[in-house]
Design a protein around this ligand. Sequence first.
Ligand code: S6P
Ligand code: ZN
Length: 184
Amino acid sequence: MPDLNPFTTLLNLTSGRLDPERNVVERRLPDLKGYFQSVPAGDDLVYTISGIPVPETNSEVMCSTTVLEPGNVDGEFYMTKGHFHIQRDRSEIYIGLGGEGLLVMASEAGEYVVEPLRRGTVNYIPGGWAHRSANIGSEPLVFFAAYIADAGHDYQTIELRGFPVLVMRGEGGADVVPNPSYAV
Ligand code: S6P
Ligand code: ZN
């Protein structure tokens, strides 16, 4: 007898809204203290993660949508905290649904890759790469994520080290610049 019964969720391909909504996490500016170069002021909503929970085993696939609001903190675009997976070899895919973003990926050795994230992109995030998305547009950045369900989220390494690069508002849009606070 299988452990789980099949089920279906409706995904609004524009707003990222899930129906039914099963597991919603909001991150506001105070939750992101220490992640931006400047200390953010106020209590603005930065992003919402809506998950489709399944057992956290390597037999299941965990899915969620993220809606990342437009904005910046002293020129640094609103972004997710970013994380490695605790199980470092666990991979993930992102499917862009709306808005304009950049996906920054970094290895523990400090290599980094920056890829576009917008409606129609399918980003493959191999195991061992930390990932953070930044909204570089004026509309919400919406994407769908799917990953091996026992991956786990290691935020602590990012809190301590940061990412090698920052995504900053620039004259032509977004500038990807070295992070002076990156701890090698
Ligand atoms: C989970 C996946 C996304 C992020 C979400 C928020 O593995 O990468 O669902 O959780 O985009 O980012 P963060 O870094 O706050 O978890
Ligand atoms: Zn992840």
